[in-house]
Design a protein around this ligand. Structure first.
Ligand code: SIN
Length: 292
C-alpha cells in the first residue's frame, strides 16, 4: 500500500513528502504521488534520507535524463567521481576547495538559465550543514506573474531578457569571461520574460538572475528601471519559502517556475551539498514581433 504523505508548508510553495526511502527503487504509485505533489507544490522536501551519489542520480533520473554537472569555478576540485553530481561546499581540503559557491550569499537565480536549454529541475542533498545560516529560499514564479501589477504585466509581456552567463550566483566571474560593463552587451541566452510551463501550461515569470540582466530592445536605463520594479515584486517575502537544512534533507525544485537563493554562513563552519540537475527544454512563451 502507498503510505506516502504530502504535507504542504502552507506558504507560497513547498511540501514535505513523508514515508519514502529514496535509496530504494520507487513503485509506480509512489512515483505518481511524487510527480503530482511536485506539480502542485513546486518544491518537495524529503527528510531523513541516506543517499549515495548513485542513489541521488537514480532518484533524479526518475524525472528524465540528467544534465552533466556545470564547469566548476577556477581552483575547485573536479574529481568527485560522477559526471552528474555537483559538489556545493565551502570546505577546503589540503588547500583545495572540494566544491563550488563557498560560504557567500547566493543571490536569487534560476539554475543555468544563461544556457539556451536550462535544466528543468535540480535536486540538492545535504551531507553537512552549518549550525547557523546557509538556509535556501525559493520563490513561486507563477504567483509572481499572477500578482504582478497590471502596468508591469503589460510592460514585460512579449519581452525577451538576456540571462548573464559571465558571473555565478555568488558574483564570481566564470572562466573565459570579461566583466560586463554595458548590460546591453551581456553574454548569455535570451528568454521570454513570461514563459509557459511545458507540463502545467501555466504562465510564469522567468527572470534568471538580476545581475547584468537586460531587456532586449529597451534603452539601458528603462531596462534597469523595469527590472528593478519586477524584481522588487518577485522577491517579496509572501511569494517565498525558506528551507532550514537538516543533514539528510533532499530538496527537489522545479527550475522552470521557481527561483532560489542561499543565505551566507560563517566561513569557519562546514556545509556540503551534492546536487544533480535534470535536463529541460527550451523555454517558450510570450514574445512580441517587435522584440524577437
Ligand atoms: C544552488 O544555488 O544551487 C545552491 C543552493 C544552496 O547551496 O543552498
Amino acid at each position: 500500500m502507498n503510505k506516502v504523505k504530502v504535507i504542504s508548508s502552507g506558504k507560497a510553495l513547498s511540501a514535505d513528502i513523508e514515508g519514502i526511502d529514496l535509496s530504494k527503487a520507487l513503485d509506480p504509485a509512489t512515483r505518481a504521488t511524487i510527480l503530482e505533489a511536485w506539480s502542485e507544490h513546486l518544491v518537495l522536501r524529503f527528510r531523513g534520507q541516506k543517499l549515495s551519489d548513485p542513489d541521488l542520480e537514480r532518484f533524479s533520473a526518475m524525472l528524465g535524463p540528467l544534465d552533466k554537472a556545470p564547469t566548476y569555478s577556477k581552483g575547485v576540485r573536479t574529481d568527485v567521481g560522477s559526471d552528474f553530481v555537483t559538489v556545493i561546499s565551502n570546505v577546503v581540503e589540503n588547500g583545495v576547495a572540494i566544491g563550488d559557491l563557498g560560504n557567500a550569499e547566493a543571490l536569487w537565480h534560476t539554475d543555468m538559465s544563461y544556457n539556451e536549454i536550462p535544466p528543468m529541475a535540480s535536486a540538492l542533498y545535504s551531507l553537512e550543514i552549518p549550525p547557523v545560516g546557509g538556509d535556501t529560499g525559493f520563490c513561486n514564479m507563477y504567483q509572481a506573474w499572477e500578482t504582478l501589477p497590471q502596468d508591469l504585466r503589460q510592460r514585460v509581456s512579449g519581452r525577451l531578457c538576456v540571462h548573464d552567463s559571465s558571473t555565478n550566483s555568488v558574483g564570481g566571474l566564470r572562466g573565459g569571461y570579461e566583466a560586463v560593463t554595458d548590460v546591453s552587451k551581456t553574454p548569455g541566452a535570451r528568454h521570454p520574460m513570461v514563459i509557459t510551463h511545458p507540463v502545467t501550461k501555466r504562465e510564469c515569470l522567468f527572470l534568471g538572475r538580476r545581475r547584468n540582466a537586460y531587456i532586449v530592445g529597451l534603452p539601458v536605463n528603462e531596462s534597469e528601471e523595469l527590472l528593478d520594479a519586477v524584481w522588487a515584486h518577485t522577491t517579496k517575502k509572501e511569494l517565498s519559502w525558506y528551507q532550514e537544512w537538516q543533514v539528510g534533507d533532499l530538496i527537489l525544485w522545479d527550475n522552470r517556475c521557481v527561483m532560489h537563493r542561499r543565505e551566507d554562513f560563517d566561513s569557519n563552519s562546514r556545509r556540503i551539498m551534492h546536487r544533480t540537475q535534470i535536463a529541460g527544454s527550451k523555454p517558450y512563451g510570450r514574445v512580441s514581433a517587435t522584440t524577437a
